[in-house]
Design a binder for this molecule. Structure first.
Ligand code: FES
Length: 111
């Protein structure tokens, strides 16, 4: 699916949070490649993943870290007592998408 976001948007930023198929999606550009991942934290499902360091998305609620390339949890949340990191509707790895750039420069996100 072509997304109406031109790749030039990433000339001044490394990440962007958008709505895609009625849910938040994080798009990251790192070393010339684009990555996309569902942006709802699997910990408590209440925070959007919007803080990015390289290809690591950090949950602003309790600090869980995800690899946007794979959707895997790479660092557990910092909350005591521990709360399970998955629920019935939120599973790890978070869903990731292939992102390519079309000839006209717009991003294409593929399941
Ligand atoms: S909701 Fe993301 S770490 Fe708790």
């Amino acid at each position: 699916m072509k997304v109406k976001i031109h790749s030039m948007v990433f000339e001044r930023r490394d990440s962007l949070l958008i709505w895609y198929n009625s849910k938040p999606l994080l798009i990251v550009k790192n070393e010339g490649k684009f990555y996309a991942m569902d942006a709802i934290c699997a910990h408590m499902g209440c925070a959007l993943l919007s803080e990015v360091d390289g290809t690591t998305a950090v949950c602003p609620a309790h600090g869980a870290k995800y690899d946007v390339k794979t959707g895997e949890l790479i660092e557990k949340p910092t909350v005591k007592p521990e709360v399970p990191c998955e629920s019935e509707n939120l599973k790890i790895p978070l869903k990731t998408y292939n992102v390519s750039v079309s000839a006209d420069g717009f991003l294409e996100i593929n399941p």
